[in-house]
Design a protein around this ligand. Structure first.
Ligand code: FES
Ligand SMILES: [Fe+2]
Length: 369
């Protein structure tokens, strides 16, 4: 079950080259992204209506997409505009098209009712285009439900255990962090302060602190259904970070988008931006080596969790205090799912537009001929 009426990150903008295309399954639906002749990105159902070859096997011609099997051509709204060898284009020859917005180096896609696709609702991340910040990014294929990744990000007490080699610090400091969970205007916010704590290995490797301990912060913002921004950093102990003076410290701006591929697999897009020493050549290298390792540490955990959950079916789980953030986040998603289901019921719309089986289409075709 997914929330369809929402913006999801579908790809990094640079994953789709000029006149290039990319096939990807999102929310259990096949999608092909492509760029037209002026560079604008489009997204169509990645399944030719003729014999079901994914259109991502085809090629881009101007603003149109040609299937790589028998050459049917689709416009950027998904209507078939040409069938080689015949004048008439069958009226039902079309595929779905999806609203796409390119913003902050990301491609966002709306998989639900196109009439509700309001671009102002997209999570902004201006740090991707701010020259004062340097940043790295990637996409991991995770074999786990997307909400397990949200859970992971909303409860950072795991950092002291899972990330001992990278961003860890002492587990006790994480458990003792002064933590506040609130509902924000857009979702859920968790703020954590670890005052006078030992800086983790990756911080020490990247930054010269003047005190043996640091005042460390983590601000986690959840934007339903599947995005989490984490502003985190540290500064010399007692130099006013908590009072708002964070200049002269180390700061990261992390963006995490856990876009469902299927119920049990996720496209985990992440980026990490950092403010200081953007011109130092080795900073980018350090970022490149430390952040992927950190995220890979989480990948191991959530995939093992998914395996365990699958093995044990619906065996109960016990809540503890640090679950507050993820509980709020899950509640928000559950509410969106309920609202969407209710709206569909009222409108008499089926829950998910099914991917039509090939043989059904063939039978209909035979019947019609
Ligand atoms: S399968 Fe696409 S044209 Fe035949
Ligand atoms: Fe983590």
């Amino acid at each position: 079950m997914f929330v369809y009426n929402a913006w999801y990150m579908g790809a990094w903008a640079d994953e789709i080259k000029p006149q290039g295309l990319l096939g990807r399954v999102l929310l259990d639906l096949p999608v092909v992204f492509y760029r037209g002749e002026d560079g604008k990105a489009f997204a169509l159902e990645d399944r030719c209506c003729h014999r079901a070859l994914p259109l991502s096997h085809g090629c881009v011609i101007g603003d149109q997409l040609q299937c790589g099997y028998h050459g049917l051509v689709y416009d950027n709204k998904g209507a078939c505009v040409k069938v080689p060898g015949q004048d008439r284009v069958p009226a039902q020859a079309k595929v779905r098209s999806y609203p796409v917005v390119e913003q902050d180096a990301m491609l966002w896609i709306w998989m639900g009712d196109p009439a509700l696709a309001d671009a102002s609702l997209i999570v902004r991340h201006p740090w991707h285009s701010d020259p004062d910040w340097t940043w790295v990014k990637d996409r991991y294929s995770i074999k786990a439900n997307y909400q397990l990744i949200t859970d992971n990000l909303m409860d950072l007490t795991h950092v002291g255990y899972v990330h001992q080699r990278t961003i860890g610090g002492t587990p006790q400091a994480h458990s003792d962090a002064d933590t506040k969970t609130t509902r924000s205007e857009t979702g859920v916010k968790v703020t954590r302060w670890m005052m006078d704590s030992v800086p983790p290995p990756s911080y020490v490797a990247a930054f010269k602190f003047n005190t043996p301990t640091v005042d460390r912060w983590m601000e986690i913002d959840f934007f339903p259904p599947a995005a989490v921004r984490i502003h985190t950093g540290a500064k010399d102990t007692g130099t006013g970070a908590r009072e708002g003076n964070r200049m002269g410290g180390l700061a990261f701006m992390g963006l995490n988008m856990q876009t469902p591929e299927t119920e049990k697999t996720t496209h985990y897009f992440w980026s990490g931006a950092r403010t200081y020493s953007v011109d130092e050549p080795d900073v980018r290298a350090k970022l490149l080596t430390s952040l992927p390792v950190t995220f890979a540490e989480d990948k191991v955990v959530v995939e093992a969790q998914q395996e365990s959950i699958d093995r044990e079916g619906g065996a109960p789980l016990v809540m503890i205090a640090s679950d507050a953030g993820l509980v709020h986040a899950r509640r928000l998603v559950a509410t969106l799912l309920e609202e969407e289901a209710r709206a569909r019921e009222v409108a008499g719309i089926k829950p998910v537009i099914p991917i039509r089986p090939v043989h059904d289409a063939m039978q209909k075709q035979e019947h019609a001929s």
